[in-house]
Design a protein. Sequence first.
Length: 223
Amino acid sequence: MSQWKKYLAELLGTFMFVFVGAGSIMAYETMGAPDTLGVAIAHGLALMVAIVAFGSISGAHINPAVTLTLWVAKKVRGIDIPGYILSQLVGAALASLLLNVMFTDALTASMGVPELAPGVSALTGTITEAILTFLLVWTIFAVAVDPDSKHKEHAGSIIGGVLAGSIMVGGVLTGAALNPARWFGPALVNMNWSNWYVYLVGPMVGALLAGIAYTAIYMRNSK
């Protein structure tokens, strides 16, 4: 399959994920009643559908941290990394741009940008993002990457479920981005770069630790 088709799939998949995920936050804010459960479900469903819709084309990484981890695990060619990540970032930015056209500053506060809650330090936020991303990526390897997995046909719903659960835990602390693209799109459009390292370092470290550990423990002899 042509590489541009894979990159387009990553762009569209990430667009869908950010548009629905960040959009759910902004929609709830217009009602003045943020709902962590509703936001978590929206993110989980969006990721599930993106995996089902684009998984057979590009693998539906939808996340730069996942792409880099798959490269470290030798599941993605190094030459494809820039195209994948650029596509994800562009998809996130386009989704955020359209959301900002649809929702005005007068109606929404955060504009979908993940932020640390009052009293949560940058270190705590980074650790939270790392732990939750570890759980997400471990699940991705267990159900979708591992050649011995017996759950590949249900990978979308399982991975989406883990993301939803993670947001229910960490959403009130960091916004639970677990994905540099999910943070980057809204941050770029709104020029809000506060605590940027939390949303880059946390997910990257968590994802790499999960991928390396799962591969070493369960896939060491896989061909």
